[in-house]
Write a protein that binds this ligand. Sequence first.
Ligand SMILES: [Zn+2]
Length: 95
Amino acid sequence: MECPRCHSNKTHKYGHQRGKQRYKCNECGRQFIEVKTERGYDEKTKLLCLKMYLNGMGFRAIERVTGVHHTTIIGWVKKISLRLKDVCCFTLINP
Ligand SMILES: [Zn+2]
């Protein structure tokens, strides 16, 4: 389980909270509950979609390959482009 604060994988199970598994990070000490990523897609699927987008694939093409709805992908791209706004090669193309 990855720590939501420092993204370390050095975490361990740390009891339960409201029936959910709780974890504690060995690196920064943060306690967190296992969370599902937004709309049920996991981090690997999200990264795959973003990689396809960065390689010039259109949103609807990515949707056909991965099965992720294009509006979800657009949301991810918008979110990540805010973080990557200083990266000159990254341009947000409007669908
Ligand atoms: Zn941590």
